[in-house]
Design a protein around this ligand. Sequence first.
Ligand SMILES: Nc1ncnc2c1ncn2[C@@H]1O[C@H](COP(=O)(O)OP(=O)(O)O)[C@@H](O)[C@H]1O
Ligand SMILES: [Mg+2]
Length: 300
Amino acid sequence: MNAIEIKGLKKSFRGMYALNGLDMTVPVGSIYGFIGENGSGKSTTEKLICGHLVKDSGTIKLFGKDYTDAGTRIRVGALIENAGCFPNSSIFMNLKMQCLNLGIENIEEEISRVLKIVRMEEHRELKFKKCSLGMKQRVGIAMALLGNPALLILDEPINGLDTDGMKIMREILVEITQDYNCTVLISSHILGELEKIATHYGIIRQGKMIQELTAKEMESRARVFVSFKVAEPEKAILILKKKYSNVREELGFVRVYDEEDVDGVVKYLIDNNIIPSEINKNKVGLEEYYIELMTNKEVK
Ligand SMILES: Nc1ncnc2c1ncn2[C@@H]1O[C@H](COP(=O)(O)OP(=O)(O)O)[C@@H](O)[C@H]1O
Ligand SMILES: [Mg+2]
């Protein structure tokens, strides 16, 4: 079963396509990292799923049903752009007003539940405007969690957070999926952070999904390489290419891809009178994989 299934989604603003036939599949129980440059269409997709915008064409299914079916969208909690809180009201009051909006009955209980999840129980009386950015994001998540949604949509929630804030956010998201059986769609351009929590990835570019893959697939595509510095990279690359098929200069280092035998590479260089320094064995991470996709370079 998929939490979200989108086919051929189109949305234009003043004749310009923001989404141009987007396909997207988010399995139930996943933490889906939705990745793309600014302006690629992430927020537009999320707003369409939540019904904040009206699509031009295409289909959106949530848990197997059309997203306009009664009872479907109510299972979605979202934090898009900002929490929409009243700055002069306390965190508790903001949550209470949202509970009233949603028609939630056990208000006290529900507020305690969501504040516990986002680790904000002791701050309930704090005015929203007094919250740090990280706290505001967590209040936003608490707001989105009211009513126990089956799908949580978070638009760039780790944007601008410090290391501690990110760590808490990661713990919260993992807990939400594991303990509350909730699917999470999270958009971000901080790829290194997504890498630690996402189970699936979707990479969007100019309103189209250019690739969807699981974290496992990403891992298997993470190519190993040996990297080092040399005085004359061009000369070294020419010589290395006689023995190794995939050699490139990247970020000031020469890289021999798909090669784990560091000693073998070093010996070959020295036999050819090239002295390497800063020698490392490494893996292409999500960030680099993404940059390669975006710049249309060959990706294995
Ligand atoms: N309300 C709007 N009016 C006009 N253009 C919009 C509107 N919302 C988004 N766009 C345009 O649609 C494209 C996608 O935007 P958006 O979905 O916000 O991208 P992202 O969230 O990936 O940064 C951009 O070119 C943006 O300028
Ligand atoms: Mg956006």
